[in-house]
Write a protein that binds this ligand. Structure first.
Ligand SMILES: *Cc1c(COP(=O)(O)O)cnc(C)c1O
Length: 400
């Protein structure tokens, strides 16, 4: 998963270009910056690598989601359908634009269950936001059909699946807009950063202004820019963009290594009858940042987690069901609407209602699921050793 594992001379060179001029800001200072425009260069590279018309960098993936929602016109009272398994940033962004997160069940794809999405549609639904969790994708064909039928916006949270594809298209470029995160643990990193990708000029222009206080960026003089709408400061710095520029050039290498390591580790777990794997709608497009697998029962999953811990190989194996950041079960701050700023009555009601909402279909999937993070740095020998140890732990539990 993490690009930080391959941090080196290339990143230092790009950052040094910026340090030489001292112009750390992405806009203005045309003379002193001596032709160094790292953020612009990275945006261009993103459009080329992922095949979208426009890319707007932001200060984080969370800021990218917030920006995309604002640019898509999602706001007060609008319902955004999203999965119960995601990172907290997905609902933070929804709440920040005044909209209402509507959490629905996932299935064995570990992403939105299209039938659950259909069942959650109301006259207030404005957007469906699939989250391509752990490197692989949602069933985009099914979701696109639903969006078309109900005239809904499709926004992809592709923050965890940089480099993944669905039927040949890059994840994050299929919907009306999509986002990546470049935080420190993502497939490519800027330390902190994100991007909104879109093929709509309108969404792009709005994203560009929104991330910079509403500036229209039409003239050469920043002070004379007009402000056609309100915005915020979600700008990326030149230093961060410089790191990302070195990283994006390594993406193909990262993906090739991930796929190789993923396949080898999987070959060990495949030996065990009783272990099944995450359903991947387009297996060729899995970015392979994680290998996600299922035990037959919750009790066996918790026993395996304990066994992995005992064997000293728990780090890198994630049991999301008991994790505070990725699954509805532990999001008490969301369910009690523990917001520092007062939310709207509609938002508050929707959040508190989550205390009594059952996610039994998701529980049945997540309580049996373990995701193994794929490291770029493993040697083949280390993978074989890990695979053998995992197999031993799992067999012991399944044969008990
Ligand atoms: C990392 C992540 C984000 C947000 O990214 P930040 O850059 O950390 O703000 C959003 N959604 C998902 C699914 C993520 O994993």
């Amino acid at each position: 998963m993490p690009g930080f594992e391959f941090f080196g001379a290339e990143e230092r060179k790009e950052v040094n270009d910026v340090l030489e001029t001292g112009i750390l800001m992405r806009y203005g200072f045309d003379g002193p910056r001596k032709g160094i425009w790292k953020a612009q260069e990275l945006e261009k590279a993103i459009t080329e690598v992922f095949g979208c018309q426009y890319a707007q960098l932001t200060s984080s993936g969370t800021a990218a989601l917030t920006t995309a929602m604002a640019a898509l016109g999602i706001g007060a009272g609008d319902e955004v359908i999203m999965p119960a398994f995601t990172f907290v940033a997905s609902f933070e962004a929804v709440l920040s634009v005044g909209a209402v997160p509507v959490l629905v069940d996932i299935d064995e794809t570990l992403t939105l269950n299209p039938a659950a999405v259909r069942a959650a549609i109301t006259p207030r639904t404005k957007c469906i936001m699939p989250v391509h969790m752990c490197g692989s994708m949602a069933d985009m064909d099914a979701l696109q059909v639903i969006c078309k039928e109900h005239k809904l916006i499709l926004l992809e949270d592709a923050c965890q699946s940089i480099g993944g594809t669905y039927k040949g298209k890059a994840l994050g470029t299929i919907g009306d807009a999509g986002t990546f995160s470049f935080d420190f643990v993502k497939t490519i990193t800027c330390a902190e950063g994100g991007v909104v990708m879109t093929n709509s000029e309108d969404v792009y222009i709005k994203s560009d202004g929104y991330t910079d206080h509403g500036h229209d960026h039409k003239g050469a003089d920043r002070g004379a820019d007009l402000h056609p709408f309100l915005g915020y400061n979600f700008r990326i710095s030149e230093l961060h963009a410089a790191v990302g520029l070195a990283q994006i050039r390594k993406l193909d290498t990262f993906l090739a290594i991930q796929r190789k390591h993923h396949q080898l580790l999987r070959s060990y777990l495949e030996q065990i009858p009783g272990i099944s794997f995450r359903v991947v709608p387009d297996p060729a497009g899995d970015s392979c940042t994680f290998l996600s697998w299922f035990l037959p029962s919750e009790a066996q999953a918790t026993a395996v987690v304990a066994g992995l811990k005992e064997a000293g190989i728990l780090p890198g194996n994630f049991y999301w069901f008991a994790n505070n950041w990725h699954y509805i079960r532990k999001w008490d701050h969301l369910k009690t609407s523990a917001s520092l700023n007062r939310l709207s009555a509609t938002q508050e009601e929707a959040l508190v209602a989550l205390q009594h909402t059952q996610f039994s279909a998701s529980d049945a999937v997540m309580s049996r699921c373990i995701s193994t993070a794929i490291s770029l740095l493993w040697t083949e020998e280390q993978i074989r050793e890990k695979g053998e140890k995992m197999v031993a732990v799992i067999r012991k539990v399944l044969e008990a």
